[in-house]
Design a protein around this ligand. Structure first.
Ligand code: ZN
Length: 345
């Protein structure tokens, strides 16, 4: 493996600057439209590429600056979805309500979804780049079905479209394609049963690195309240990790720092790269490099040195921009400190 030890990366999203969209919101409204909005999205992406590089991260993302929400950004380019008439639906097992679009006909891609962002990213960093898309099971949990009448069938239909876009992203020069599947932590049995199969369909034929991010969600109040009900030990990963260990997915991301996930569950991912969450996204307190290195040290009891990739617990989208910047800095410095401490292990 040629990558640096403890290659640091983000889970995916980063806050949007105030001139691009409303701040501190999960579904922020854009501040402009048309050509002006397209330019603002590109400007914000460039800004975050530079910020990630300055922070010393090894794998760079677009910070999802061009999509309003990590699921709906993809759906906007899908035919068969009615975005005009959104309906209120409880998502993530009714943990919170969201206004979701409706699936009203056969699904088809209108064209490329993320070509502009991926090509911009590729053109402006020499580092490895990662691109994120929502996973099929999480998409199914974030739309209202008025057509398929069957979750698995609809997930497979979405997986096919995701696969088309993933293959195109790979051709754009993307090194790592990551699917975000927070729904895996909510519907654990279904995730192990058909969620991973749908994911396999989405990555079919890819030769780049394939990753999946599974988390306990953004640091919003509904999630903080939910996590408080999960008890002393969060064992959700226990059901789906064995299925992922048997899959063709190369990297799995999990929450670690400040979570109640028993760290030994990482052992279930034997043979995979493990993206260990060393940055808490539910708190504005900035981690110190020492804390980050300590979390890495703890994870090293369960994950081989070459397989451990420090990461954020989840996306940073709803956070304050300066807090996010400082957290990235802690991530980069913490990974560097961990290299000094543990590389001779
Ligand atoms: Zn997440």
């Amino acid at each position: 493996m040629t990558r640096p030890l403890f290659s640091a990366t983000i889970a995916g999203s980063l806050p949007k600057p105030g001139w691009l969209a409303e701040t501190n919101k999960l579904w922020p409204r854009w501040k402009s439209e048309g050509e002006e909005l397209a330019q603002a999205k590109a400007d914000a992406t460039l800004l975050w590429i530079k910020t990630q590089e300055d922070a010393g991260l090894d794998v760079i993302g677009d910070g999802e600056q061009s999509r309003q929400h990590f699921v709906h950004g993809f759906l906007e380019q899908v035919e068969g979805i009615d975005f005009e008439h959104k309906v209120k639906m409880g998502i993530r097992d009714n943990r919170y309500d969201a206004m979701v679009p409706q699936v009203t006909g056969p699904l088809r891609l209108k064209g490329r979804v993320h070509a502009a962002e991926a090509q911009l990213l590729r053109a402006h960093t020499a580092k490895k780049i990662k691109f994120t898309m929502p996973g099929p099971m999480t998409i199914v949990d974030t739309v209202a079905d008025r057509f398929y009448g069957d979750k698995v069938k609809m997930a497979m239909a979405f997986a096919e479209l995701l696969n088309q876009e993933a293959l195109a992203l790979q051709a754009d020069g993307v090194d790592i394609i990551q699917f975000d599947e927070p729904a895996f932590n909510v519907y654990m049995k279904e995730a192990a049963d058909w969620g991973v199969k749908a994911l396999e369909r989405a990555v079919q034929g890819l030769t780049c690195t394939k990753a999946v991010h599974i988390c306990y969600g953004y640091g919003i109040q509904a999630n903080v309240d939910w996590k408080a009900t999960l008890g002393e030990q969060w064992r959700q990963y226990e059901l789906v990790f064995p299925a992922l260990a048997r899959s063709s997915i190369d990297q799995v991301s999990l929450e670690c720092f400040h979570s109640h996930v028993p760290p030994e569950l990482m052992k279930l991912l034997d043979g995979k790269d493990v993206m260990v969450g060393v940055i808490d996204v539910a708190s504005d307190v900035i981690e110190t490099p020492e804390q980050v290195a300590d979390t890495i040290g703890e994870a090293l009891k369960y994950v081989p040195l070459q397989r451990l990739l420090p990461c954020t617990n989840c996306g940073l989208a709803p956070m304050d921009r300066e807090v996010a910047r400082r957290k990235l800095e802690a991530l980069g410095k913490g990974a560097a400190l961990a290299r000094e401490r543990y590389q001779s292990m």
